[in-house]
Structure formats: structure tokens, C-alpha cells
Design a protein around this ligand. Structure first.
Ligand SMILES: Nc1ncnc2c1ncn2[C@@H]1O[C@H](COP(=O)(O)OP(=O)(O)OP(=O)(O)O)[C@@H](O)[C@H]1O
Ligand SMILES: [Mg+2]
Length: 376
């Protein structure tokens, strides 16, 4: 049998004029944790969707455990023991956590759903991973990070011998990432082959046996994390030498811009105070569920707080709605962009201008010339 769980050669995939994948070559050793990295749009998710049967490749060859395959639907991929944790959450918000975890086979092969058993199995799947989530909860009532944990539990509740994780940690905090990594190491020890996609370089060096860099739909290089550096990865990823990973910080001014003072929101926020100077970037750190999102939502007028004050430029704000916050010149990029930040069925132009309708509607109707100018 081949030493490789996955062998991909010269695979390509086009979407109309978009050459998402041009020439991908990737060999993943059986039992390895193999990391993929590349800039946004490099083609990582497209390749993983081909491996999981969601997209059909246009050409090239894929072998799984030495056997040539051509998946035309997800079922074929699942039958080969391939499991995937998608970058975009693929869960049903109106179903319970337990139903989501076992959606493929709610009755475990039987004619009826045994709810007690279903919830018990889901509880076990979650506990095995160290995630404390009530399996009976409606999925949509969980925050994105908890939903991500359900997604992980869902993939691992099945017997997989190849597990793909497409940026699983984007919304997780360090302690949850530690738990995830412990579980990945356990899976690896039991013989599972893992493909791990992340933009966080330190994670790749921590967890992976091999790193493959993808750029513009083609593989650039395979690196050994033991003998290469973060700089090597970045240089190959962007195709040129970088002076520094982050741009130099511009010192902020000594003028207070925003002050949050003794903010309280029942059961969620307890005496939160912070101060932000003009031009300053302040990070809010904390565990999932600690209240970071809630602070932001209060500042942006989405949620009411029970006591405390928020000042901007020394002026006390009266925040009764999002419109009030926007009128004070406050903006928010929400945690869950797809649900809360954008209207996916509308155009990019409409999405860009919908928060400034007053600028493009001189007489109650949208002036499309103005709309285009603003968008451009
Ligand atoms: N269904 C689709 N239709 C048309 N173009 C697509 C489709 N899916 C992906 N693309 C395009 O293919 C290219 C590769 O996208 P892909 O999502 O695979 O990148 P990625 O490496 O996963 O990026 P990211 O790091 O942002 O997740 C992009 O240019 C993207 O716009
Ligand atoms: Mg992607």
C-alpha cells in the first residue's frame, strides 16, 4: 500500500473565467498532520471541497490510499472516510446541537429517533472533546465560537481516517485551540491523517509535520516546520521578501476618544471600564463567552446596558439604537459577518452603501449615480 493517504497531481478547477486551481500537487503522508497555507483566494478551500466531493475537479488525478478516485458527490468522499470541518459553518441553526451532530443518521440506523439516546451520544461526543455545551440547545442560540465547536464535534463523531480542518480556529480563543490541538494529536496517534488549514503561522509550526504553501491556485513549495522559519512561509506565500510581518505602529495621540465607564449588563457584563485614545488600537482579550462581543454590541447601541456610561470626545452618549451610534460616528464589523455584516443576496455595491443611504438618497429614492460614486 502507498505511504500516502492522499496524492494529488496536476489538479485544476475553473469557475467560468476564474482559475481557482491551476496546478495543484500535494502528497499527504498517512498519519501526518499536513498544513496548507496561502493568501486569501489562493485556492485552499476549493481544493478541500474537491476532496470532500462538493466540487468536481476539471482535471488532474487524486488518489486516496493509493486508489484513484473521482468524486462527484459528498457521499463518495464520506464513504472513503474523509471528514471535513468547513471554513463556513455548515450547520442548521433551527435544529438542536445534538441533531446537528448526528444529522446524517439521527436514528442510528433504526426506524425511529430515540431522543434520549441521541442527546446522550451528542453529550458524549462533546464531553470527549472537553466542550461544555448542552446538546438540547437550539444551535442558532449559540455564539459563533460555540457553533464552531459543534462543527468539530460533528466531524469527529464519525469514524474518519482523513480529517480536513479548514480554518477551524478563526473564532476560537487560546484555551479552546489547546483543546482542539490535544484532540488532533490523539487522532493522529490513532492513525488519522489530518489536513490543517490556518492563517495563524504559529499554529502551523506547533501542530504540523509538513507545511505546503499554495499561491494563485498552484502549489509553491513544501516546507519542513523543523528546519524552516515563519519568514520562509511568508516569503513563499506572497512571492516576495517581506520587510516585516506587521507594519510599524504609529504612536497614538494623547487625547481620549472613547471611554467606557463601569458598564453593567445583567449576567453578561460586570463593571467594564476602558479608555481608547485617538488613533489607538485597543485589543479586547478573553475566553469565548467572556463578554467581548457584548461590550462591542453595547458601544454600538445594539444591546441596552443596565448601568454605566459611554463617552466619546468627552461627551456622554445616549445610545438607544444603532442609528444613534452611527450618528456619533461609531462603526462595527460584527463577529459573524455573513449573518450580521452583509446581505449576501445583494450586490457588493449595495452592501457597501447601505450604511450610508442618507448620502445617496437626496429625494427619498436612491440616486444610482451617487451610489456608484460612493462605492467606487
Ligand atoms: N463557487 C465559486 N464560484 C466562483 N469562484 C469561486 C468559487 N469558489 C471559489 N472561487 C474563487 O476561487 C478562488 C479560490 O478561492 P478559495 O475559497 O478556494 O480560496 P482560499 O485559499 O480558501 O481563501 P481564504 O484564505 O480566503 O479562505 C478565489 O478567487 C475565489 O473567488
Ligand atoms: Mg478558504
Amino acid at each position: 500500500m502507498s505511504d500516502y493517504a492522499i496524492e494529488i497531481s496536476n489538479v485544476y478547477k475553473h469557475f467560468g473565467g476564474v482559475k481557482a486551481l491551476q496546478n495543484i500537487n500535494l502528497n499527504v503522508k498517512r498519519g501526518a498532520i499536513h498544513a496548507l497555507i496561502g493568501e486569501n483566494g489562493a485556492g485552499k478551500s476549493t481544493l478541500m471541497k474537491i476532496l470532500s466531493g462538493i466540487y468536481i475537479k476539471d482535471g488532474g488525478e487524486i488518489k486516496i490510499n493509493g486508489k484513484t478516485v473521482h468524486f462527484t458527490n459528498p457521499k463518495q468522499s464520506k464513504e472513503m472516510g474523509i471528514g471535513i470541518i468547513h471554513q463556513e459553518l455548515a450547520l442548521a441553526p433551527d435544529l438542536s446541537v445534538a441533531e446537528n451532530i448526528f444529522l446524517d443518521d439521527l436514528s442510528f440506523g433504526g426506524p425511529f429517533i430515540n431522543w434520549k439516546l441521541l442527546n446522550k451520544k451528542a453529550q458524549e461526543a462533546l464531553e470527549k472533546l472537553g466542550f461544555h455545551i448542552d446538546p438540547k440547545m437550539r444551535l442558532g442560540d449559540l455564539s459563533v465560537a460555540y457553533q464552531q465547536m459543534v462543527e468539530i464535534a460533528k466531524a469527529l463523531a464519525k469514524n474518519v481516517n482523513i480529517l480536513i480542518l479548514d480554518e477551524p480556529t478563526a473564532v476560537l480563543a487560546d484555551p479552546e485551540i489547546d483543546i482542539l490541538f490535544e484532540n488532533l494529536k490523539k487522532l493522529q496517534a490513532s492513525g488519522v491523517t489530518i489536513i490543517y488549514i490556518s492563517h495563524r503561522l504559529e499554529e502551523l509550526f506547533r501542530i504540523s509535520d509538513t507545511i505546503t504553501v499554495i499561491k494563485d491556485g498552484a502549489t509553491v513549495i513544501e516546507l519542513d516546520p523543523k528546519t524552516s522559519t515563519e519568514d520562509d512561509v511568508i516569503t513563499n506565500m506572497v512571492g516576495r521578501e517581506l520587510q516585516s510581518l506587521y507594519p510599524a505602529k504609529t504612536p497614538c495621540q494623547d487625547i481620549e476618544m472613547l471611554r467606557v465607564s463601569h458598564l453593567n449588563r445583567k449576567n453578561l457584563l460586570n463593571d467594564i471600564s476602558l479608555s481608547v485614545n485617538k488613533g489607538e488600537i485597543v485589543g479586547l482579550a478573553g475566553l469565548v463567552g467572556a463578554g467581548r462581543t457584548e461590550v462591542a454590541r453595547c458601544i454600538f447601541g445594539i444591546d441596552k446596558f443596565n448601568s454605566g456610561e459611554i463617552y466619546k470626545d468627552g461627551q456622554k452618549l445616549r445610545l438607544n439604537s444603532v442609528v444613534d451610534a452611527m450618528n456619533y460616528g461609531i462603526g462595527l464589523v460584527p463577529e459573524s459577518r455573513k449573518e450580521q455584516g452583509a446581505v449576501l443576496s445583494r450586490s457588493i455595491l449595495e452592501n457597501m452603501t447601505m450604511s450610508s443611504l442618507d448620502k445617496i438618497t437626496p429625494f427619498c429614492l436612491i440616486d444610482h449615480t451617487k451610489e456608484r460614486q460612493l462605492g467606487e
